[in-house]
Design a protein around this ligand. Sequence first.
Ligand code: CO8
Length: 259
Amino acid sequence: MPDYQNLLVEQHDRVLLVRLNRPKQLNALNDALMDELGAALTAADADESIGCIVITGSERAFAAGADISAMASWTYMDVYRTDYITRNWEALRRIRKPVIAAVAGYALGGGCELAMMCDILIAGQGAKFGQPEVKLGILPGAGGTQRLPRAVGKAKAMDLCLTARNMSAEEAERAGLISRVVPDDQLVSEALAMATQISGMSLPIIMMIKESVNRAYEAPLSEGLLFERRVFHAAFATEDQKEGMAAFLEKRPAQFKHQ
Ligand code: CO8
């Protein structure tokens, strides 16, 4: 593994576990951390030994937002010319393998936005989600005003973005932002178990499912259905489809070759 300064990275079988690691700053997201995260995820996406990625933080914070001390003196020209806001966040959107956010503690501002860029969010009971940017005189800048309403609906997204209040894990699950709430001390083990289950499936099929579900957000229903139909046809070109169906008929576990 490369020697990261702001991440701790471990591989468990076919799962890459990435821990954001700026504990003194509650994992505030600066350019150095986001560059490393983009590099780690891009490398994992190209690595055939990895089938699923988990991003987590510390017990206290997934990430308390973009680094306010870095942003405080930015001018319009700084952010416009260098594209600070999205330059190194775009790498995450290009990851084709599934990415799970395992959230304990604070996921605020850019931390909540980073979690929302992942495919599945699970949280410890004590997790807190929020978009408190309005208190700083800015607005969410990495997808908060766009992904949050898609996940929880307009009313709750407006409530969170306009009042800056935090949402508990329980409320986040009820609202559809996250898929599971687990005891805090079991968060990473539950995320790894989920990722291990996913990484045991056929990787090309998993990638097709991710791509198809994402279409539901980005295309009208008719286009999404057409896309799904075409990708469904493509599944029959994989060896794993033959193996999966043969295994069912022979009443044995499938042994996918990820091709
Ligand atoms: N940036 C920089 N440092 C931070 C951040 C942050 N977002 N959050 C916490 N820290 C630092 C604190 O300054 C403190 O440092 P120090 O010990 O040197 O004083 C340390 O982390 C611990 O924090 P606290 O003492 O405040 O801990 P508390 O337990 O009292 O409070 C909170 C925890 C509630 C999370 C509190 O730290 C807080 O409110 N943090 C800021 C939350 C916030 O406003 N987040 C939004 C930031 S703006 C944003 O994310 C915009 C995203 C747009 C995309 C950007 C792309 C680049």
